[in-house]
Design a protein around this ligand. Structure first.
Ligand code: 3UK
Length: 541
């Protein structure tokens, strides 16, 4: 291993022990990496050096302001000087980033990477309590925070003794980042980091309990750029990326920053990216590659006809299983065959997917070149075709939790176990069933909630739905559906009966929802995932 550039060795000191790491596989020619990498060079500086500096790079979705590659580089370099010269950031320090998706946030991210420090992204909606958990866990020393989101971080500071300095960006204050950076040189010599020096700690989204920090190094970042984007997405320098996931979520970091820059393309960063904002933004910026979650495509499909979406050529869905009904709606509305992909914070990005011409409704796809995948039983044996078990993957990236006992749950026998129940079909496609702990067992049958959801979603009255198991004396559990109806549809026993009959006719009748509850909306994480555990908490156990 090449010598670390980190002076602050916290990240290295808190990696899981080697025997708990997943096996890392680098068997493709494009996955041979140098021992020293600063990924900011490959993603940003390299383009300017190659004469690409005047090309558009990041675009502010609100104002339409365009930053070229050269401008983003100059701004990142100035901020890197602020970090190092004014704030005393040392290689290996953890720097928290807090803000919506903006060009300034992208510049801050690159500044942190250039300075050899570790970027700790945080979701804009996090409150003081959750920010405190992140700061304490990652022992964050510095923070760059959008002035508009200063309040919750201020509240957190009292409980965060390691956090030495907080600088606000998008600020006009005398001690704001812009005033500090405008005096600095636009040239910065990147810290010569080792390929295996940690550069991001991404906290896992959503679920309950203590957040888990996943550690990824400079090589992981480049490896992610050379697998799925090259083999499945195949974007070019002329593409304009757009989408909804926050840059703090690795789905967004990859899709809206790393991947566009890895091919010299441009990316529209939207501060708000609800479906009703995303649609006109696609038209306004003539975006060609869109990243968002299945529910967002479903909502957008209904309004697609009101916007000029002729620029769109690739639509990526991830974060949750893509129901066949949603794929169909989007295709009918836009003519585009979506690219589905399963990724995780632990794996950094997508590892099972397909390209547009190999899409199979209801299936996620095949292992992305560079990755291997299989379905294992509870003893870790590979299951034959058609059997439901645990999804296991390995490749050039993998799970390394920051100081966390749960490493043993995610990694076993060299495989990353994502917590998803899958089956492999006869043609080599992986078909999602449910989260392993979301399987419903009713009257002795295993029922995957998402399959029932997919069936319900094909009914014209259903806008959204979530299916869980609730305790039942006779059957152990019964299937319960929470349904959001489309505008103008009437909730009630008649509608419930109609939906039940509909599901019975569509999939094996024992899977039909014996209970149906109508809701105005469903609980979701900021990354768009349905929080089935919240539905379960509300239901009698
Ligand atoms: C679920 C999917 C079926 C699955 C993510 C793309 O979602 C991402 O990361 P998270 O850590 O969650 C991981 C879990 O989400 N999931 C994601 N995509 C799909 N299930 N089909 C899909 N296409 O349970 C997985 O284990 O929040 C997604 C890229 C980067 C990411 N971090």
């Amino acid at each position: 291993m090449s010598k670390s550039a980190h002076i602050d060795t916290f990240a290295n000191d808190h990696l899981p022990p080697r025997e708990q790491w997943p096996e890392l596989v680098f068997d493709l020619p494009e996955l041979q990496f140098a021992e020293r990498i600063n990924c900011a060079h490959d993603l940003l500086d390299q383009w300017v050096a190659a004469g690409h500096g005047n090309r558009p790079c990041v675009i502010a979705g609100g104002s339409g302001e365009v930053w070229t590659y050269a401008q983003l580089q100059a701004e990142a370099n100035r901020i890197a000087h602020v970090l190092v010269d004014d704030l005393g950031v040392q290689p290996g320090n953890r720097v928290l980033l807090r803000g919506a998706n903006t060009p300034q946030m992208a510049a801050c991210w690159f500044a942190i990477i250039k300075a050899g420090a570790i970027a700790v992204g945080t979701m804009p909606l996090l409150r003081a309590k959750e920010l405190t958990q992140v700061v304490q866990k990652a022992r964050v020393t510095h923070a760059l925070c959008d002035e508009r989101l200063a309040e919750e971080l201020d509240k957190a500071r009292e409980q965060c003794p390691t956090l030495r300095s907080v600088v606000h960006y998008r600020s006009t204050a005398a001690d704001g980042l812009e005033s500090l950076s405008e005096r600095k040189s636009a040239h910065f010599a990147n810290v010569d980091t080792a390929a295996e020096d940690c550069c991001i700690i991404a906290f896992t989204s959503g679920t309950t309990g203590q957040p888990k920090g996943t550690m990824h190094n400079h090589r992981d970042v480049l490896a992610a750029c050379r697998c799925w984007p090259v083999h499945c997405l195949r974007a070019t320098a002329d593409d304009v990326f757009i989408g909804s996931p926050p840059l703090a979520f690795t789905f967004g970091l990859g899709g809206l920053l790393l991947f566009p820059l890895s091919v010299g393309a441009s990316t529209v960063l939207l501060e708000q990216a609800a479906p009703e904002v995303l649609l006109p933004a696609i038209a306004k910026y003539r975006a060609s590659v869109c990243f968002t979650a299945p529910t967002s495509y479903r909502a957008m499909a209904a309004k697609a006809g009101e916007h000029d979406l002729s620029s769109l050529r690739k639509c990526v869905s991830a974060g949750e299983a893509l129901p066949a009904a949603t794929r169909k709606l989007w295709k009918e509305a836009t003519g585009i065959e979506m690219i589905d992909g399963i990724g995780s914070t632990e794996m950094l990005h997508i590892f099972i997917s397909h390209d547009e011409s190999n899409a199979r409704p209801g299936a996620t796809g095949k292992a992305v070149p560079g990755y291997q995948a299989c379905v294992l039983d509870d003893e870790g044996q590979v299951l034959p075709v058609g059997k439901v078990g645990r999804l296991a993957v390995k490749g050039p990236t993998g799970c390394r939790y920051l100081d966390d006992e749960r490493q043993r749950n995610y990694v076993s026998g060299g495989w990353n176990l994502t917590g998803d129940a899958y089956l492999l079909d006869a043609d080599g496609y992986f078909v999602y069933q449910a989260r392993t702990d979301d399987m419903i067992i009713s009257g002795g049958y295993n029922i995957a909630g998402p399959e029932v959801e997919s069936a319900l979603l094909t009914h014209p009255a259903v806008a959204e739905c979530g299916v869980i198991g609730v305790a039942d004396e006779e059957r152990g559990q019964i299937v319960k559906a929470f349904v959001v109806l489309r505008e103008g549809r009437v909730a009630g026993p008649e509608m419930a009966k109609a939906l039940q009959d509909y599901v019975k006719a569509m999939i094996a009748p024992y899977k039909y929802p014996r209970a149906i509850e109508f809701r105005p909306s469903l609980p979701r994480t900021e990354t768009g995932k349905l929080q089935r555990f919240r539905l379960r908490q509300e239901a009698p156990q």
